[in-house]
Write a protein that binds this ligand. Structure first.
Ligand code: ZN
Length: 348
C-alpha cells in the first residue's frame, strides 16, 4: 500500500514537472501575458465581483477544459497565490476565476517553507505568472494556535504540526513584543499576527529564492501581500511598503541563498539501490540503462523525492536538488546516497 501511495505521489509529480520539459522542446513562442499591474487589476476586479455577489464565473465551461488539456497553463494563468488551507478561503471563488487562471499553493498558516517556495518559483518561471500573492486571512486557526502557545496556553499537537507552526512563530513573537504589557484581546493579536505573518512568508520567500528577488527587482513580477476577510469576502491589499521591507531585509541578510539554480549531481549509478533507515523500508530503486524502476517494476523516468528530482541522462542518473539546499550527499566510495530528510540509499 505504501509503495502504491508512493508510486501515485511520484506519478503526480511526474505530470507536474512534465510541463517544464515540454516547454523546453516547444518551438512555439510563449504567448504574451498581462503585465504585473494588469494581473493585479484582474484579481482586484474579480474579488470585488465576488464580494458584491456579481460573479461572472469565467473559464469553467467544457471549452475551457478542452483548452486546459491542449494548451500550456503558462500561456493563461496570471497569478500565483500562496494561501492557507482553510476551507473558508476558496481561492478561485474569491477572485471569481476559473480553470487555468491561478497557480495555487495552499498550506496551513500560508507559511513559506521549501516546498512552498519551490512551488512559487515554479509559478513564476514555468507558469510565468506576473503576480505572486501571499494571502493571509482573518481568524486563521494556525496563527491563533501560535498566539495561544506564545501566551502560555500549550495545547497538545500532532507530531508534524509544530514544524508547521515554527514558520509563524517569528511573526507572532514580533506582534507580542510590540504589544509589550498592553492588555490586548486575542482577536486583536490574531489580526495583527495574520498581517505580520504575510510579511514573514514574503521575507522567507525572498531569503531563499534569488529567482523571486530578481523577478521583483527587475519588474518582471510583483509580489503582493493581502488579507482575506472570511466574513465579508473582501481581500484587503497590503501596501507596496510591506514587499519592499521584506525584500530589503532578505537582501541584506548574510544567510540569504545566492545560487539561483539547484545543485546538480551527475553520477553513474546503474544498479540496485535499497533504501535504508526510513519509514519506507520496502522501497528499492533500480537504475537501468533506460529507466529508473521503483520496486514492483514501476517504470519512472523522472521521480521527485523530498525535493529531489532524479532523471536519467543516458545511463547516468542525474540528481537535482530543487530546493538548492540540503544537497544530496554521496559517500566517497559512491555506494551510499543520503537524500534530504535523512533518507539513506545503499547500493547493493
Ligand atoms: Zn488559516
Amino acid at each position: 500500500m505504501r509503495i502504491l501511495a508512493l508510486a501515485l505521489v511520484l506519478a503526480g509529480c511526474t505530470v507536474f514537472f512534465a510541463a517544464a520539459s515540454l516547454r523546453a522542446g516547444d518551438e512555439q513562442e510563449p504567448k504574451p501575458k498581462p503585465s504585473p499591474e494588469e494581473a493585479l487589476a484582474l484579481l482586484k476586479a474579480g474579488n470585488l465581483r465576488f464580494a458584491e455577489g456579481q460573479e461572472i464565473h469565467p473559464h469553467v465551461t467544457a471549452q475551457r477544459l478542452q483548452q486546459a488539456a491542449s494548451e500550456e497553463q503558462g500561456d493563461h494563468a496570471y497569478a500565483t497565490v500562496l494561501t492557507c488551507s482553510d476551507s473558508r478561503v476558496p481561492v478561485e471563488l474569491i477572485f471569481d476565476t476559473g480553470i487555468m487562471d491561478l497557480f495555487v499553493v495552499r498550506v496551513a498558516g500560508n507559511v513559506c517553507g521549501t516546498d512552498e517556495i519551490g512551488s512559487v518559483e515554479y509559478g513564476l518561471v514555468h507558469v510565468r505568472t506576473p503576480v505572486v500573492v501571499i494571502l493571509g486571512h482573518t481568524q486563521c486557526g494556525a496563527v491563533t494556535a501560535m498566539v495561544r502557545s506564545h501566551r502560555g496556553d500549550h495545547q497538545e499537537l500532532e507530531a508534524n504540526i509544530p514544524a508547521l507552526l515554527n514558520g509563524i512563530a517569528p511573526a507572532v513573537a514580533r506582534v507580542l513584543h510590540a504589544a509589550g504589557d498592553e492588555a490586548l484581546s486575542e482577536e486583536h493579536l490574531v489580526d495583527a499576527s495574520v498581517r505580520e505573518n504575510v510579511g514573514q512568508a514574503m521575507y522567507d520567500l525572498f531569503l531563499v529564492s534569488p529567482t523571486a528577488r530578481e523577478a521583483v527587482k527587475s519588474g518582471k513580477a510583483k509580489v503582493v501581500g493581502a488579507v482575506y476577510d472570511i466574513g465579508t469576502g473582501r481581500v484587503e491589499w497590503m501596501s507596496r511598503a510591506v514587499t519592499k521591507e521584506a525584500l530589503a531585509r532578505a537582501a541584506a541578510d548574510p544567510d540569504r541563498v545566492t545560487e539561483r539554480m539547484a545543485e546538480r549531481h551527475a553520477l553513474a549509478l546503474t544498479g540496485l539501490w535499497e533504501i535504508q533507515d526510513s519509514d519506507l523500508p520496502d522501497v528499492k530503486i533500480r537504475v537501468a540503462k533506460k529507466a529508473v524502476l521503483f520496486d514492483c517494476d514501476e517504470p519512472m523516468l523522472r521521480v521527485l523525492w523530498r525535493g529531489v528530482i532524479a532523471r536519467l541522462a543516458g545511463d547516468r542518473l542525474e540528481l537535482m536538488n530543487l530546493a538548492g539546499r540540503n544537497a544530496v550527499e554521496i559517500s566517497e566510495d559512491g555506494r551510499t546516497l543520503t537524500w534530504p530528510g535523512g533518507v539513506v540509499w545503499k547500493k547493493q
